[in-house]
Design a protein around this ligand. Structure first.
Ligand SMILES: NC(=O)c1ccc[n+]([C@@H]2O[C@H](COP(=O)([O-])OP(=O)(O)OC[C@H]3O[C@@H](n4cnc5c(N)ncnc54)[C@H](OP(=O)(O)O)[C@@H]3O)[C@@H](O)[C@H]2O)c1
Length: 272
């Protein structure tokens, strides 16, 4: 699979999202995805599923260098000692000696951003994180991280799909050669029943979900992490990489309303 090169790591463009997967079902889903060829797994301490993911990775017997694992620190744990505690716990549950990407999961109003990056970079120097990154950072916060603090962030993971415009952040990230990792790339499953996408899918003999994913993956510097529990959906999402959309398809998708944000917890700074 094609990788996005960023801050010394190769980030596979399609990963498996795991939010709301738990216990044995999570383990089975990750085992299935790894068997199908997924090499990028997205988790977080908040998902409470790092243990079954660790078990699935161990069972896969994949060489560590062939697998990309992202996990995240929750916004309540952004003090230096709390980050370290959270990180140690994540690593132990994942049964790994390092993660490929460690993200600030959500910004919080009272966070000390320079101190956060200092702690993350120490973990990187210790060889326990290959690259650091952020999620849910607004344009203003991104500018602070990149231009003021000069943090070597390897991605911004944000909600992005056919129903939400992210042009401003995408253009900023592209100008700085920082990948955008699209979460909720299927609009939490809604894309699968969108009439416009279904019509495009019928034309090509593919599903609406595949259309939605390929629209994202056709954009430079964009990776996507759809969550799929069922093996058929996991396979279909991998196969979306082979889909070819034409200008007419792109025009129809561009014309869809793009004002639907499905994730926005109250504690985060306002989006600009
Ligand atoms: N950084 C953050 O703050 C943040 C926030 C939200 C999400 N995320 C990450 O992004 C990942 C993806 O987001 P998400 O899980 O919210 O939403 P999503 O990936 O947009 O949609 C997931 C839904 O789509 C369904 N689906 C998957 N493939 C399909 C296919 N080929 N055809 C039809 N339906 C399909 C899934 O069904 P089944 O599961 O039943 O197969 C599930 O109901 C999360 O799992 C998480 O890793 C990060």
């Amino acid at each position: 699979m094609e990788n996005l090169q960023t801050q010394g790591i190769g980030l596979p463009r399609l990963g498996l999202g795991t939010f709301r997967m738990q216990g044995d079902a999570c383990r089975a889903a990750v085992e299935s995805a790894l068997a199908l060829g997924y090499r990028h797994i997205d988790t977080a301490e908040m998902y409470a599923n790092e243990e079954p993911i660790g078990a699935a990775i161990a069972a896969s017997r994949l060489a560590r260098k062939d697998l990309h694992v992202t996990t995240k620190v929750w916004h309540e744990n952004l003090a230096a000692d709390a980050i370290r505690r959270a990180f140690d716990a994540s690593l132990k549950k994942l049964r790994l000696d390092h993660v490929d990407l460690y993200l600030v999961h959500w910004p919080s109003r009272h966070m000390d951003l320079p101190a956060i990056f200092e702690t993350l970079l120490k973990l990187k120097q210790e060889g326990r994180i290959r690259a650091i990154g952020v999620a849910n950072f607004t344009l203003a916060l991104l500018k602070r991280a990149v231009e003021e603090i000069k943090a070597p962030i390897a991605c911004n993971q944000i909600e992005y799909h056919v129903m939400l415009d992210q042009t401003k952040i995408r253009q900023y990230l592209a100008a700085k050669s920082i990948p955008l990792v699209a979460y909720c790339p299927l609009a939490q499953g809604r894309a699968a029943s969108d009439e416009t996408l279904m019509a495009i899918g019928r034309k090509h003999g593919i599903s609406a979900a595949q259309v939605a994913l390929k629209w994202l993956l056709d954009q430079d510097g964009v990776a996507a992490i759809p969550k799929a529990s069922r093996a058929e959906s996991q396979k279909a999402n991998l196969d979306a990489l082979k889909v070819k959309l034409d200008d007419q398809d792109r025009k129809a998708i561009a014309a869809l309303p793009k004002d639907k944000r499905f994730v926005n917890p109250g504690f985060a700074p306002d989006w600009d």
